[in-house]
Write a protein that binds this ligand. Structure first.
Ligand SMILES: Cc1cc2nc3c(=O)[nH]c(=O)nc-3n(C[C@H](O)[C@H](O)[C@H](O)COP(=O)(O)O)c2cc1C
Length: 212
């Protein structure tokens, strides 16, 4: 009998919330590469580096018109990718103990997507990765901010589970960019465990939808 878990492909979107091509981008690309080993996972990638993403200005155009955001900028590309994905792995550098301003702006701009369609992100599964210059620089608080975004938008947050990847991927770059992250073997293991659980849960949810 065919293994049920192999019947389903997962479309996984990685988002890097760093304004640089450095440790966070490296870790998210590593996560996407890991996700595709021997599985039917397809991946896509969106980086906030060099992107023109304006602040939400709370004009409520999106609420009134239900046609998306009043800004026309690089969020258009992000909206398209986010709507297509089954699962997200969002990475952020830790800035002052939480997510980067760039990533927070992307989160805020998603108000327009869900104002147009409240179910735009419903039941998609999400995990997070936080990369700090310090070993304990606020990675877990940053991850909780990513999980809050998922919860607020009807998504299903997940992590790598107990004994090491409790809230998701936590990486220590020592402020050395990609080279620092690459050397954090323990941190990368939390990312791989998070990806394993993210894919497993996404497939299980797709199987349930098939049966109902
Ligand atoms: C404005 C700013 C604030 C930062 N705050 C923290 C922090 O609170 N905790 C921490 O561990 N690292 C902090 N860092 C260091 C970055 O998290 C770290 O260098 C990270 O690897 C950068 O990610 P990137 O290489 O993808 O840009 C901060 C860096 C910047 C620029």
């Amino acid at each position: 009998m065919e293994n049920m878990t192999n019947r389903h492909s997962v479309y996984l979107l990685g988002i890097s919330g760093s304004p640089r091509e450095a440790s966070t981008a490296f870790v998210i690309k590593e996560a996407l590469g890991y996700a595709t080993r021997g599985s039917k996972t397809k991946t896509d990638y969106f980086s906030l580096k060099d992107k023109n993403v304006n602040f939400c200005i709370h004009c409520d155009y999106c609420i009134r018109e239900k046609k998306g955001c009043i800004h026309e900028d690089d969020m258009t590309e992000a909206y398209e990718k986010m709507e297509k994905a089954d699962a997200f792995i969002i990475g952020t550098p830790v800035y002052n103990g939480t997510v980067s301003g760039q990533l927070k702006t992307l989160f805020d701009r998603c108000r327009a997507m869900v104002a147009k369609n409240p179910d735009a992100l419903k039941n998609k599964v999400g995990a997070g990765v936080a990369v700090g210059g310090d070993r304990l620089g606020g990675q877990e608080l940053a991850l909780l901010t990513i999980h809050s975004f998922y919860l607020a938008n009807k998504m299903i947050p997940t992590s790598g589970g107990p004994f090491g990847a409790n809230l998701g991927g936590t990486v220590w770059s020592r402020d050395l960019g990609k080279d620092g992250a690459q050397k954090d073997a323990e941190g990368l293991s939390t990312v791989y465990r998070t990806v394993d659980r993210l894919i497993e849960l996404t497939i299980q949810l797709k199987e349930r939808v098939d049966r109902t």
